[in-house]
Structure formats: C-alpha cells, structure tokens
Ligand binder design. Sequence first.
Ligand SMILES: Cc1ncc(COP(=O)(O)O)c(C=O)c1O
Length: 397
Amino acid sequence: MFRSDFPIFQTHPDLVFLDSASSAQKPQQVIDAMSNYLSTNYSNIHRGAYDLSMESSLLYEKAKKAVAEKLSARADEIVFTYNATYAFNFLSRSLVKSGLLWRWDTVLLSKVDHHANIVPWQILAEEYGIIIDWVDLHDDGTIDYDSLASKFPHAKVLSITGASNVTGEVLDLDRVKSMFDTLSTRPIFVLDGSQRFPHMATDVSKYSIDFYVGTGHKVMSDTGIGFFYGRKELLQKMNPAFCGGGAINSVSTDWYEAAGLPFRHEPGTPHIVGAVSLLTALEYIDSIGGYAAVEHYERELTEYALEQFGTLPSTIRLIGSKKSENRLGVFSFVFDNHHPNDVAETLADAGICVRAGHHCTDPLHQSLGIRGSLRASLYIYNTREDVDTLVEKLKNL
Ligand SMILES: Cc1ncc(COP(=O)(O)O)c(C=O)c1O
C-alpha cells in the first residue's frame, strides 16, 4: 500500500525485499529531508550562537520529542546513540559505573535475545563478576513465561527483547507487568525495542520500563542513529561510562563536572543528520495514519503469510508461533533437505532478498538444536505478491 513512497522499488521494480528486520528501506520523505537539511540547514548543534546552529539544535531536539512521543515519555529522557548495540554497551557499563549493578548481581536475559543485548553483559560478567541467568524458551522458540516468572524475582536487571528478530514474537508486556506487581521491589527493566519500535508504540511508564533501546535504521531512518529512553530518576543517578566534549559543564586540570540530562550521556558530536532522518521517518509514520495504520496493514499481511506458509511441504518448518497474535511479520524457517545459505542464494538469484544464518541469536538457535535458519521479514512496503513469490520459490526448491 505504501510501496510507491519508497524509491528503491522504482529503481528495482521486480525487487522482493524481505529483509527489513535487518534494515528497512527509506521513503522519499526521509531521503529528501536528509538532503534538504544538508543543503540548507547543516551546522553543528549546541555550540553556535548563529541561526544555522540554533535551527539544527531545534531539529535535533524535535527528533527527541518525536521519539519520546512514541514511548509516552519526555524528550529529556531520550538519549541518542549510534545504534542499539552502542546503547546496550553504554547502558550496561554506566549501570556498573554508578553502582546500580555490581558483583554477584544477576542480569536476567532470555535465550531469544540478540547478541547486542547479550555480549555487553557478558563482558561485564568477565570484568566485574556479575551473574547472567537465562529465561528459557519453549521447543518452538517462544518465551517460557513460567521460566521468566520463576527467575525475575532474583534479578537486579531484566534485559529482554521486546520483539524477536527471528521468531517475530512480541513480548507480552501486560504479562510481565502483572508479574512485577506481585513484588515490592522489581528488577531494573531494560527492553530491547530494536524490532518493536518500527511497528508499534509502547507506553514505557505503564509497563514500568526503565530503559527502552531502539535503533533508527530499522524504522526507515539513516544508519548510525539509535537511542535509549531512560526513566528520569535513573538517568540522573547514572554516571556515564564515556564522557568528553558536549557532555560536561566544566573541566579543570584535575576534575570534570558532567552536564545535565540528557547531554551528559551524549559525548561528542552526534549524528545530527541521522536525527533529522529519524524525525522524518516518525513524521512519515504519522502521515500514513500512525502506528495504528502500520499495525493494521502488517497484521493482515502476517495473517496472509501464515496461511500461505501453511501450504509449504512438511520438510520446511517455521520457527515460532503459527498464529498472528503477539507476532510480527518476521518468519524464520529450517529445512530438512537444504542448508539455509543455499536457499538464500537460490532466492537471491530470483531477486528475493532474505537472510540466512544465526541472525545474531546463537543462544536461540542452540536451544532449538540448529545452527542457522532462513529469515524473511515484512514491512509496510511489502505486498501479498511478495509473499506469493517467496512461497512459490520455496515450494520449488
Ligand atoms: C532484536 C535486536 N536487537 C538489537 C539489534 C542491534 O541493532 P543495531 O545493529 O542497529 O545496533 C538488532 C539488529 O538486528 C535486533 O534485531
């Protein structure tokens, strides 16, 4: 439905792009906004008294406001980063630096999580002796909520994916919240929204989310811009793991004083044009009817895809839930008779873009007893014809 807004499909009319979980295509509006900003408005932010710099600063702040609105948060609770991976590294390290997380404290992850939300914590386990525990999965790769319920009361931090980049499972936040409500103290709750943010809004305070991590390129902005939301009280307590220009109030030869929120967490010159692109991507979503329209379109397409995948031979198996509830249009397959890499190559020859491998989720694949899978993922520019072309090719492997 929204396909004509994306020039890549004019350049490549036969393209079947099923790799948006990796990175989304960009609408004309985002491409134009970046180009216009660079031609008419570009300057560094926060450091100039002149108009260009002030206008750039306003746009940068407007981008934060736009992100905050999608999370029912405040603009000064949004910190821009380069991507989700950087955000997890920054956050986890800053929690330790602030004494909010320390030796023998448990960080609870789930086996469905992306390496970006695993390895930074593992490094802290090596360096500081924090303990990592895992929420188990069912045999189909979906989250075992009983395992989550039994483990989270012992955790100092729960850091978990808000939507899986392999099974497409969307974390049931109502269920997590009702678990939290049974305790007087709950863990610091970090949600990996990398796959969630492109498809839906999330009210962070309603679900007691302390930190929400996102990455812009999956929501149609440029690469190199990501963010995290931090609950204000925690952001204030948090000593940034990295610091430097732009993130301090004053520096002497033997001391420095970190700046206020949120700049203390954004050292150095940020990706300003990236912020402009993220702002425009979110304005684009608003212009097509907001997340409600995105969700509506994707739900129908996901239901259609699941129906069609039901007609595939039994030698091709879909990982994760076969139902459209609590699910994104992210579908991963394993094959009895083929290696996923070979299938990806065959599909690439037919102009179909998918991904093969572990998708940065080794623990998930290990818990399923497989080494890799083939992933096809949908976004707003995909059509039923894309699904049909994929199914047709898979049937004829
Ligand atoms: C669930 C999830 N978390 C984190 C990331 C990391 O995102 P980035 O590479 O933009 O840092 C990804 C990217 O694929 C992801 O799917």
